[in-house]
Every structure is written in structure tokens, then in C-alpha cells.
Write a new protein. Structure first.
Length: 198
């Protein structure tokens, strides 16, 4: 009896590391599957699998941030293609819903010095400007400005911050010019030039 308990305990001890190892490899299998589906133009299915890969990588033992980032990057790329697919089909409502979802993900997962939020906000603003939804475009341009106006402690990131700040000022100035708001457009154009001269 005692030897059978000891044998059972030994099997359990050996099995636990194997199951943990299998879990850590799980996200890699899901990434491969998502990439395969993506190449086969099964974009919705690829997005679902990539979402599972992100969750599997987050649960993997050891907290491999690089694995999680790889999965999230793949998911964002697939979601971007899915958005384009919806737009191509004329399903703008679904594309819009997905864009908001992507923005929320970017806001919760990236550090300010990566400027992914500002970049995506500017993209959303441009899409709305192109669709002649000027009020919505203005809101996104202003959110992008707010995102990059404050200088960062990381001095290496400062030139990038200035790039996005200038771009936001310039693009909002163009929007104002299109609407006949010449005084506001002029003011923002001057501010864009001042950003780069500092």
C-alpha cells in the first residue's frame, strides 16, 4: 500500500511539469494555427484563434512577456485585416465596432512612449475625415493631441512624441481648413511649426 502511494506521488510529481510544459507550448500551436488560417483568408477564424493564443500566452508559466507581445501583435494584424475586409464589403458599422475594440486594447496594453495610441487615434480621425464625419474626426484628433502633448521622462522617445504632436496639429489644421475654419487652421499650423523648432 505504501509503495503504491509513493508510486502515485512520484507519477503526479512527474506529470505536473509535463502538463505545465504542454501549456506553455499551447500558445505557439495556436499562433501557428492562426497564421495558417490568416494565410488561407479565414480572417474571422484566425482572429478567434489569435485571441485564444493571447490568453494562453498570458496564462503560461513564467510570464513570458515576449510571447504575449507576439500573440497580441499577431491579433492586431489580423484584426486590421478583418476591419479592411468589413470596409471592402461595405459593412462600416462592424468595421467601426472593431476599430473601437482595437483602440481599447491598445490603450490598455501599451506604454505611452510607444505612441501606438496616438498613431491609432490619428488613423481613426483620418478615416472619419475621409468619410466626411468631421465632428467625430475632430474628437479623435484632440484625443491624439492630449495623448502626446505632455513631454515624457524618457528623453529618447521625445523626437517621436514631437513627430506625433506635429502630425496631430497639422492634420487637425487640415480638417479645420476643409470646414472653412481658417483662423483655427492657421493657429494649429503655427503650433505644428513651433513643435519642430523646439
Amino acid at each position: 500500500m505504501r509503495s503504491s502511494i509513493l508510486c502515485f506521488s512520484l507519477i503526479c510529481c512527474l506529470a505536473i511539469p509535463l502538463s505545465l510544459e504542454a501549456q506553455s507550448w499551447d500558445w505557439r500551436d495556436l499562433v501557428r494555427k492562426a497564421e495558417k488560417l490568416h494565410k488561407e483568408h479565414e480572417i474571422k477564424a484566425a482572429a478567434r484563434v489569435a485571441e485564444k493564443a493571447v490568453k494562453a500566452a498570458e496564462r503560461a508559466p513564467g510570464g513570458d512577456d515576449e510571447a504575449v507581445d507576439k500573440c497580441k501583435s499577431l491579433l492586431m494584424r489580423i484584426l486590421g485585416d478583418l476591419i479592411q475586409g468589413y470596409e471592402h464589403e461595405g459593412n462600416y458599422k462592424e468595421a467601426e465596432r472593431l476599430r473601437e475594440q482595437v483602440l481599447a486594447r491598445i490603450e490598455e496594453t501599451t506604454k505611452p512612449e510607444y505612441f501606438a495610441v496616438a498613431d491609432y487615434l490619428l488613423e481613426l480621425a483620418r478615416k472619419r475625415k475621409d468619410g466626411k464625419r468631421y465632428g467625430e474626426a475632430e474628437k479623435f484628433y484632440k484625443r491624439a493631441l492630449k495623448n502626446v502633448e505632455k513631454p515624457l521622462e524618457n528623453k529618447l522617445a521625445e523626437p517621436f512624441r514631437k513627430f506625433f504632436l506635429k502630425r496631430a496639429f497639422r492634420d487637425l489644421a487640415i480638417l479645420y481648413k476643409m470646414q472653412g475654419k481658417d483662423a483655427q487652421a492657421e493657429e494649429l499650423s503655427k503650433r505644428a511649426l513651433q513643435v519642430m523648432s523646439k
